[in-house]
Design a protein around this ligand. Structure first.
Ligand SMILES: [Zn+2]
Ligand SMILES: [Zn+2]
Length: 299
């Protein structure tokens, strides 16, 4: 590499740029990804979300060697890289170079999900399109899973600046509030959830708040949605209760369950769709109910 510093600078910018596109695609400022019903909102969510993913993939390739993000490597030079005045690698070459040169492994399902988003984005950008909002949400949920997998597998903590790590964290927390993403993760992990329901324990998670922490005898407990882990299900449950109590934005009511155990009912205004979660620490998750004003006033 002729000029180490210059490519490093581009590297940082590229990743930050990609993460910002993802955040904008998720409308993170108001933390209400999934709440908007406006069709135009979803159109721009798809455009921004795809741009974010493409920039992240390019950033990973750039870390291999800066010349690889030129479509024609023979035309690569540092001045063009810095000015941004060059034809950058197209999508197919990008994926091929990541696989063949950087030895990146994509799960088939993730590669398909990114490609599905890309095709939809191309239709919006260059042609015309019609699509139900529910389909837009599903396509983004799958691509979101793919990009979070990609980040997990390809960026070590030591390779990220504090700001980049914070942006990634904020993307994750937005994902936990996006119902379609949660549903998709539950489908991907349905086998282990069924197994744990039968032969182990499934308990609520202190991080993503879904009832998706699976525990088997003599094995660590792990959340299939956010990867939270603890030594066993008892620790997971007490950390969950603590996390609910600690978060002041939640409205919490404690009651006795018919089984004699302690039942908590709470509502988290950040979660969409908004509902009351009831959980008994003896007999498990009881139900989730539609949120009523009555419940909010009760507190
Ligand atoms: Zn979790
Ligand atoms: Zn109970």
């Amino acid at each position: 590499m002729p000029n180490n510093m210059s490519s490093e600078k581009v590297e940082l910018k590229l990743l930050d740029n990609g993460l910002h596109f993802l955040i904008i695609g998720m409308n993170s400022e108001s933390l209400n990804f999934g709440a908007k019903k406006d069709f135009l909102y979803w159109k721009y969510a798809i455009l921004n979300f795809y741009s974010g993913i493409e920039l992240l993939l390019k950033d990973r390739l750039l870390r291999e060697h800066w010349a690889l993000i030129f479509e024609n490597i023979e035309n690569a030079n540092v001045q063009k890289l810095q000015s941004g005045d060059f034809l950058s690698v197209n999508y197919n070459s990008l994926i091929t170079r990541l696989k063949n040169i950087s030895k990146i492994k994509f799960k088939d399902v993730d590669e398909r999900s990114i490609d599905e988003l890309r095709k939809l984005r191309n239709k919006i950008q260059h042609y015309e399109f019609s699509l139900a909002i529910t389909e837009c949400k599903t396509i983004i949920a799958k691509a979101l899973n793919a990009v979070l997998d990609f980040i997990d597998l390809n960026y070590k903590k030591t390779q990220l600046t504090t700001q980049q790590a914070e942006l990634i964290q904020s993307i994750r927390y937005n994902a936990y509030n996006f119902a379609e993403y949660i549903d998709y993760k539950k489908i991907l992990n349905s086998e282990i959830l069924t197994k744990a329901n039968k032969n182990g324990v499934v308990s609520p998670c202190p991080i993503c708040e879904e009832t998706t922490v699976v525990s088997f005898k003599n094995k660590k407990s792990r959340c299939v949605i956010c990867n939270y882990s603890s030594a066993n299900d008892e620790i997971a449950k007490s950390e969950y209760l603590q996390s609910i109590i600690n978060r002041v934005e939640k409205i919490l009511v404690e009651e006795k369950c018919s089984c004699g155990g302690n039942l908590i009912k709470y509502y988290n205004p950040m979660k969409i769709p908004q509902k009351i979660i009831a959980y008994c620490f003896k007999c498990g998750e009881k139900e989730s109910m539609r949120l009523t004003n009555e419940f909010i006033e009760k507190k």
